[in-house]
Design a protein around this ligand. Structure first.
Ligand code: NDP
Length: 296
């Protein structure tokens, strides 16, 4: 008992706004680690289990923000941040906004917080709720914005998930976050197409799954080569399979989709970009030139 009170005295107290799936997971880990925690949620009933675990429940966002200097926000989206904190006094607060947003929204939210006298750190969570507080699962959060805030509260922020500070430009955490998740959706698209191809055959999805997983792992090595080519400005560097060879192969993929009665709508846009790049005379290059086509 005495040990507990020493712990809670030495641990930073903080406020958390938002107790959805992610907010509740964060709250549980801070409480379990002995951090005094004040919580607020629009739908009050969601705070009840956390009150049982020792959280102080605030009746309004203003009351929650007034309770602590460190204020973590984990609401649904940028609009909900505006709605919840409109008119709330943020002077002297350290606002850490974990809401998924665009780089532009994060920069605007940083300016908004600064105008109200607060320091601001934006975060992009690279985890799903069951990973929070489970170190072995590798959860982490990209942070950008106030370095001073990050340095002061980094230990507290590291309780639920690892921390990666990616710059003082508040938009960078969102940029990294969305870049990684965009690549993930590309992968999901490919996986969906692969399962659709085998759908009408006697191949069990469970038999394809381990093969698909190990193939995607092996191909992930190309990310490093793409980065090296972009940095060198030379897309022929270390080419393994030329663009010309790969474009020549695309009819096989499209014909297979047609034979299997599968729409090629997920693959076709990428193949079109490959063909456009080839038409520019880039046959000996890797696929990296597609990056330039997207940037135009
Ligand atoms: P949930 O949908 O589970 O919870 C949303 C939360 O936002 C609830 O607390 C909800 O309150 C609140 N909220 C929504 N609209 C408003 C509003 N207008 N005013 C006040 N409060 C509002 O989402 P998550 O907890 O899963 O996600 C929270 C953030 O974390 C999001 O930005 C999400 O992108 C990000 N994130 C989530 C991940 C996940 O896998 N869950 C992964 C990585 C990031 P109420 O209870 O009243 O509805």
């Amino acid at each position: 008992m005495a040990q507990n009170s020493v712990d809670s005295v030495s641990k930073t107290s903080l406020t958390l706004l938002g107790l959805g799936a992610m907010g509740a997971a964060l709250a549980r880990t801070w409480l379990a680690a002995g951090h005094p925690l004040t919580v607020w949620n629009r739908t009050a009933v969601r705070a009840e289990p956390l009150a049982v675990q020792g959280a102080t429940v605030a009746a309004t966002p203003a009351e929650a923000v007034a309770a602590n200097r460190l204020v973590v926000v984990c609401l649904l989206d940028d609009d909900s941040v505006e709605e919840a904190l409109d008119g709330v006094d943020l002077a002297g607060r350290d606002v850490v906004n974990l809401v998924t947003s665009t780089p532009g929204q994060a920069r605007a939210r940083a300016a908004w917080a600064h105008e109200r006298g607060a320091r601001y750190l934006d975060g992009g969570i690279m985890a799903v709720p069951p990973m929070i507080g489970v170190e072995a699962a590798g959860p982490y959060v990209f942070y950008s914005g106030s370095r001073a805030l990050f340095d002061e509260h980094g230990d507290t922020l590291a309780v639920p998930a690892g921390t990666r500070f990616v710059g003082e430009d508040a938009g960078f955490a969102a940029l990294y976050d969305v870049a990684l998740l965009s690549a993930m959706y590309g992968m999901f698209a490919g996986v969906a197409h692969a399962f659709a191809l085998i759908g009408k055959e006697t191949v069990a999805p469970g038999d394809l799954a381990p093969l698909l997983t190990s193939w995607l792992h092996a191909m992930a090595g190309s990310v490093t080569r793409t980065a090296a080519q972009l940095e060198a400005g030379d897309y022929t560097l270390g080419v393994v399979s030329s663009l010309a060879m790969q474009v020549a192969g695309t009819p096989t993929f499209l014909r297979t989709a047609a034979e299997q009665g599968v729409s090629a709508e997920l693959l076709a846009p990428y193949f079109e970009l490959m063909a456009r790049r080839l038409a520019e005379g880039a046959g000996v290059e890797d696929l990296t030139g597609v990056v330039d086509l997207l940037r135009r």
